[in-house]
Design a protein around this ligand. Structure first.
Ligand SMILES: [Zn+2]
Length: 474
């Protein structure tokens, strides 16, 4: 049995209405109908709409308001939110916020979702349309196999829940600015995993990475999972990256390096699962009692004088060589610095105006570009161990550039090598800056250099080849 949920008539009419509106149906087929497509290490994902991406705010977080134009169906709405947060949010700087009823306070640019029994579809990228996305919870007319008496093998567990989650994952990809993967000009008949299904030319399309037949944005990908492909995540991180420094008031699997910042005396107000996250491993440590290790680290006190529950001896520290320079403020952001909101919403004692502010001249990220900064991509194409989404970034433009094939003419370049990984191409790689930059780099593949400012150049997925003690210093 082949289950086809497509109604091409409807699709074409909608495409005529607006070229921005992408009509989508789950290409829901039994897994047995699918070819298993091998995605080699050369393959990466996602095809985007140029200029449609949501902007990050000054703290490097991409806040995207979401609201519902239709009431009720709360359990189904929860499935949508869970899947979107687990996949799109937790792999990037994106924070879909709100999720309440749309009203006069909804920002102009927002994702306004209408639930109705029609084909799921969404505008692509930043939008002020109302609605901007249509989701289907009942499947009485469209995609009836998602909610009939048959427990289909292609939908593990409850069919309706499966369909709601999988379709939401795909539609929110459109809302983030991603077209269908099969629209990529790299999807050609001779390409492995060629998808010959509803290919639309996109004049403003941007090939973010190479063609990925397993993308959640492809009509030909297997409909047996509620997760992004590995290569979707890499592409997502090229566009939406990570914040330089972010405070998170509850646990989630983080793409960045996170440190628990708890206060045992204030557990009742939510201070048990809070984290401070940095894009790269900055050696951040947290001390919630007594004096911090002031001889070996640079520490900043975190305090809210109106909260008497243990907040008199709390410190966030970094190694003395770190470029991170923190300033804490319980009276709003500090002018001239980037600031991360330090707030536990469950605590009534005046945290909403607290900020951890910072400057950071140089930063390394193993999981996406650092939002709001100037980044160079650090890809050694011969290394298969996690180097597809690494970036080095500076607060100000310093002309950073990376080369996997020798020095770059016209720039001042420093060799970046790891002798234990020479088999994967590391030996002729250089990090370069403009000749007028005051950054004077020095490389170490055996720990930080004394009396220098250093960032860990660390890809955790490649620690077996010596990458856990490498530093770029200046
Ligand atoms: Zn679609």
């Amino acid at each position: 049995m082949k289950i086809s949920l497509r109604d091409n008539g409807v699709t074409r009419i909608l495409l005529l209405l607006s070229s921005l509106l992408v009509a989508c149906e789950p290409e829901t087929r039994r897994v047995l109908d699918r070819e298993v497509v091998a995605v080699g290490s050369q393959g990466e994902a996602l095809y985007g709409k140029t200029g449609s991406y949501w902007p990050a705010d000054a703290s490097g977080i991409t806040v995207i308001p979401v609201c519902w134009t239709t009431a009720n169906s709360n359990s189904y709405k929860t499935w949508v939110r869970q899947t979107v947060e687990e996949q799109w949010d937790n792999n990037s700087s994106v924070r879909f916020t709100g999720w309440d009823a749309c009203n006069a306070n909804t920002p102009v640019n927002a994702i306004r979702i209408k639930e109705e029994d029609s084909n799921a579809r969404s505008y692509v990228g930043v939008t002020s349309e109302n609605p901007s996305m249509y989701l289907n919870f009942t499947f009485a007319n469209w995609s009836q196999s998602c909610n009939d008496a048959v427990d289909d093998a292609w939908a593990p567990g409850d069919d309706r829940e499966y369909c709601i989650r999988v379709i939401a994952l795909h539609e929110f990809g459109h809302a983030l600015g991603f077209y269908h993967e099969q629209d990529s000009p790299e999807n050609t008949p001779n390409t492995p995993g060629y998808c010959n299904n509803t290919i639309n030319q996109q004049p403003d399309g941007q090939v973010i990475t190479q063609y990925d037949p397993d993308s959640s944005m492809s009509y030909c990908a297997q409909w047996n999972r509620k997760t992004l492909s590995t290569l979707d995540v890499q592409g997502l991180r090229k566009i939406y990256g990570v914040a330089p420094v972010e405070f998170r008031s509850q646990y989630s699997p983080f793409p960045s390096a996170c440190t628990l910042v708890n206060e045992p005396a204030d557990y009742n107000h939510g201070w048990a699962d809070n984290y401070l996250c940095t894009a790269g491993s900055e050696g951040v440590s947290w001390h919630n009692s007594g004096l911090p290790p002031l001889l070996t680290k640079r520490c900043t006190q975190i305090t809210e004088v109106l909260d008497l529950n243990g907040w008199l001896d709390n410190y966030i520290c970094v190694p003395t060589y770190s470029p991170l320079q923190f300033t804490y403020s319980s009276l709003g952001p500090v002018a001239g610095m980037r600031c991360a909101s330090w707030n536990e919403p469950a605590d009534p004692n005046n945290w909403e105006n607290n900020y951890l502010c910072y400057t950071q001249r140089l930063a390394f990220s193993p999981a996406g570009k650092i939002m709001g900064t100037h980044c160079a991509e650090l890809n050694e194409p011969n290394d298969p161990d996690g180097w597809k989404d690494n970036f080095l970034c500076t607060d100000q433009a310093e002309g950073l550039a990376f080369s996997a094939t020798g020095t770059i003419a016209g720039k001042r370049c420093t060799l970046v090598d790891e002798p234990n990984d020479s088999a994967h191409g590391w030996g002729n790689n250089y990090i370069c800056v403009s000749t007028n930059s005051t950054l004077q780099f020095q490389w170490s593949n055996s720990g930080p250099i004394a009396n220098k400012t250093c960032v860990a150049w660390n890809e955790p997925l490649d620690s077996a080849h010596g990458w856990s003690d490498n530093y770029l210093c200046y």
